[in-house]
Design a protein around this ligand. Structure first.
Ligand code: ADP
Ligand code: MG
Length: 457
């Protein structure tokens, strides 16, 4: 196995346990530049990434190198000029869409506009309409033609990787393309939250409100992250009223319908429900096949129908993964310079279908719980019986038990030296409650999402 293959295998493994954005951030343009008996030298694009790999990923990288090369004892990281072409190809093999797309289309297509946060690559033209998304698509198209006048707010919901962001961005792009003077802003709810926190700290919240209130179109993506965030909901509410009264458009997306978002203020919920709500479901086979065709074309590649049919048959739950699998197949054929055989295709798909269980750490769980309930870690741990902390603490205990391998006494230790019987009681209580308390169950889903999407695993 040469260096290139070794690194590819290692990245392949990392990729499975990280979000795509995360993976791109840390592993883009990295490569093994040399290897002797005991050590491997990895070239990285800059000092920042070097530091991250050394501090956050070294252990995992070393582990996975040693599976293939057990004699290796250490990894050295150097900031170096990557062999661009090689690194790129290497990377596209794993990373799939973005890189390959960059290779085949000009860079303009992929840049994110700093003022609007819109990425030009998302358009209505490149969106395949099927029975799973035709209402959502029609609503977005209608709003792009009649912004602020028909469906306000527009609320799109659906599971992960089913095209919400694509549609929302396409809508924004369409409006800008027809009138450059329109003030459009796309913002993921998480970023919106951190802007608000920042503005409160800097006492610039009024400026922030003004900034939002003067928009023609405000798109907030993944609004489920507002759950339990009162300050944010208040600002969304006032901004909404402001924009609405001036016939300016607001568009939201979420992974579930408004009534299933826990800890969402009633007045906000009824606002959402007062506009247009459209969902995106799972694409059927024809739609999946059509998506594969459009994506292969975008990437300037050709794959025969048998291969595309096979991918479409097996990847059913998530368009992002459908695309990921396609990219893997494309990368395979580029790297080996031949069309993969059916058996090989199935192997490639299997890595998706049986992605290993993602691991996490107690610290990550605690942090996710604290963040979610707007508490500090210290609040969560210290000895207080205040209602605001008792429940989050019980949730933390429950999640530690479910998501990590800690024993009851160890969990007690992590949470300020509590007795194991307290932990058992908490776990049983939460377990009983989620069986009957839907909002609580949803909260746990959200927290888990954070656990597995966070950096410090
Ligand atoms: P979500 O925001 O719902 O999690 P995204 O909008 O990020 O999902 O979609 C994930 C990927 O799948 C994107 O690359 C997007 O372009 C693609 N995609 C999803 N649905 C479609 C579709 N109907 N047609 C073309 N591409 C799609
Ligand atoms: Mg999205």
């Amino acid at each position: 196995m040469n260096n290139e293959e070794l690194w590819k295998a290692v990245l392949g493994e990392m990729e499975l346990s990280l979000s795509r954005a995360n993976f791109t951030t840390w592993f883009k343009n990295t490569s093994i530049v040399s290897k002797d008996k005991q050590s491997v030298v990895v070239s990285v694009p800059n000092g920042f990434i070097k530091e991250w790999l050394e501090n956050k990923f070294n252990r995992r990288l070393l582990q996975s190198i040693r599976i293939l090369s057990p004699e290796v004892r250490e990894i050295k990281y150097i900031v170096g000029k990557p062999k661009i072409e090689l690194a790129k190809q290497d990377f596209s093999g794993l990373m799939m869409d973005k890189e390959i797309e960059e290779k085949s289309s000009s860079d303009v297509n992929n840049s994110v506009d700093r003022n609007t946060n819109l990425n030009k690559k998302y358009s209505f033209d490149s969106f395949v309409v099927g029975s799973n998304n035709d209402l959502a698509n029609a609503a977005c198209v209608a709003v792009s033609k009649n912004s602020g006048k028909i469906y306000n707010p527009l609320f799109i919901y659906g599971g992960v990787g089913l095209g919400k962001t694509h549609l929302l961005q396409a809508l924004g792009n369409k409006i800008i393309s027809e009138n450059k003077d329109k003030k459009v802003l796309y913002i993921p709810a998480e970023r919106f939250t951190s802007e608000i926190v920042e503005a409160i700290k800097n006492r610039t919240i009024e400026d922030l409100k003004t900034k939002y209130a003067t928009l023609d179109l405000l798109i907030i993506d993944d609004i489920q992250f507002m759950a339990g965030k009162e300050k944010m909901q208040e600002i969304v509410f006032t901004t909404f009223n402001e924009l609405y009264s001036r016939n300016k458009q607001i568009v939201f997306s979420s992974d579930r319908p408004p009534k299933a978002i826990p800890a969402l203020e009633e007045r906000l919920r009824s606002r959402f429900e007062g506009g247009m709500i459209a969902d995106i479901g799972l694409p059927d086979f024809e739609t999946r096949l059509a998506i594969l065709k459009i994506k292969t074309k975008e990437k300037d590649c050709e794959l025969n129908d048998e291969i595309l049919t096979c991918i479409a048959t097996h990847m059913q739950k998530n368009v992002r993964e459908l695309e990921g699998a396609l990219n893997r197949v494309i990368a395979f054929s580029q790297i080996y310079n031949r069309i993969p055989e059916m058996k090989e295709i199935k192997n490639i798909l299997n890595t998706y279908l049986n992605a290993p269980y993602k691991k996490t750490s107690p610290q990550t769980v605690l942090k996710a719980v604290a963040d979610f309930y707007d508490l500090s870690l210290a609040d969560l741990i210290k000895r207080s019986r205040k209602k605001e902390v008792v429940k989050p603490r019980q949730v933390a205990m429950f999640l530690l038990r479910e998501e990590t391998k800690l024993s009851f006494p160890e969990i007690g230790q992590k949470l300020g030296g509590r007795d194991h019987s307290t932990v058992i009681h908490a776990c049983e209580k939460i377990k009983g409650e989620i069986a009957v308390d839907e909002p609580l169950k949803q909260e746990l889903v959200l927290i888990k999402e954070r656990v597995y999407n966070s950096f410090d695993k």
